[in-house]
Design a binder for this molecule. Structure first.
Ligand SMILES: [Zn+2]
Ligand SMILES: [Zn+2]
Length: 377
């Protein structure tokens, strides 16, 4: 079928909106009419070549939409849900193989084939996308949702109620899940303890929201963009530290009277990562979630790490199983505890380059592209 997609041609080229061909869903796959898709930093890391992936490619991995067609034998592994049907509203998250030892262990973000499935978009039998007869890289995070339609798999779609605003909940599939999951599944701070969050874009803000939900009493946001700090305060940060990360560790140690219990770095900037370790009290845990350019090295002072018994933990997708964690986040959204409207801004797909500029400059925390007006091409 003919669809419309935003194509990434290379690091310096703007996204190109163009008609493409999408083949029909195979076994275990569904065709989703995309209504909205968030833009995540991983999309840009790939676009800018920080993560080497073959171009041209259709990116987008926070898709939300409605199933239009199902492939043969489509069933869900979620207990009590036997199948997906056309008309079901779904969020798309990351893909996983379901068969390796980590998948078997429920650690889907550490699937042995995570990079192959999600970053390289390998799909058995080849790409579903083509343009003018030549293959176009697709299936990014088992979706490629910067498009009017996407092929996803039953492993990476999560059914949601039809009354949910898809343009607001789309980013639950990656960015929000990463931030909230890192706090709720990995760091698990106790009520009344402290957390420092370095970089308060969508992932950091989600971590702050989660920290507030679990009852942290001191929630410190660190960022260089004043507007993001303002939003962080509005969403639950008790303190906001502006300026360079190098100086922040001492400030946090003072604020928390001895160091934060846990910290999270979303920036991948080595100086911020070092501060996220140095700001911890004894037995503190620092979670690292960023995807900085390949070859980036982090350094931490041995006497701090060893002497204070610090743990440094890399986290993918908040250690979340989307089938379980997305419904939990939707519960928080319905209760008003996850106010997505405070940091989501929607743009029609045709204005994707403006949305990317706004994300890059920090003017907008979470741009979400909407495709509703495109329809079938
Ligand atoms: Zn696996
Ligand atoms: Zn992402």
């Amino acid at each position: 079928m003919k669809i419309i997609a935003a194509i990434a041609n290379g690091p310096r080229d703007p996204f190109e909106i163009a008609p493409c061909e999408l083949s029909a869903p195979r076994g275990g796959e569904v065709l989703v009419r995309v209504h909205a898709c968030g833009i995540c930093h991983t999309d840009l890391a790939v676009k800018y070549g920080h993560i080497p992936v073959q171009m041209p490619k259709v990116l987008g991995h926070e898709g939300a939409g409605v199933i239009e067609q199902v492939g043969p034998g489509v069933t869900s592994f979620r207990p009590g849900v036997t199948s997906f049907r056309p008309g079901d509203h779904v969020l798309m998250s990351f893909g996983s193989c379901g068969e390796c030892s980590n998948c078997s262990d429920g650690a889907l973000g550490y699937c042995d084939h995570f990079r192959t499935i999600n970053l390289f978009g390998n799909r058995s039998g080849g790409s579903a996308l083509s343009r003018g007869g030549s293959d176009l890289g697709g299936h990014f995070f088992a979706q490629s949702a910067f498009a009017s339609h996407a092929i996803a798999t039953t492993r990476n779609i999560v059914k949601v109620d039809a009354d949910l605003p898809l343009d607001l909940v789309a980013p639950l599939g990656c960015g929000i899940q990463t931030g909230m999951g890192s706090v709720m599944n990995v760091l698990r701070p106790r009520a009344g303890t402290s957390i420092a969050v370095f970089g308060v874009g969508a992932v950091g803000l989600s971590a702050i929201i989660a920290a507030r939900i679990v009852g942290c009493s001191t929630i410190i946001a660190v960022d260089v963009v004043p507007e993001r700090l303002r939003v962080a305060r509005e969403l639950g940060a008790t303190h906001a530290i502006s300026g360079r990360a190098e100086n922040s560790a001492a400030e946090i140690t003072e604020l928390t009277q001895g160091g934060a219990h846990v910290s999270l770095d979303t920036t991948g900037v080595p100086a911020a990562v070092a501060s996220s370790v140095n700001c911890l009290r004894a037995r503190g845990v620092s979670a690292q979630v960023a995807a900085p350019p390949r070859g980036t090295m982090y350094a931490a002072e041995a006497s701090v790490v060893v002497g204070r018994g610090i743990s440094i933990r890399g986290v993918v997708e908040g250690d979340a199983n989307p089938q379980l964690f997305i419904p939990r986040m939707i519960g928080f959204f319905r209760e008003g505890r996850l106010p997505l409207d405070k940091f989501v801004k929607t743009y029609p797909l045709a204005r994707i380059n403006e949305a990317v500029d706004d994300l890059d400059s920090g003017r907008v925390v979470k741009p979400v592209l909407t495709m509703v007006e495109i329809g079938s091409a």
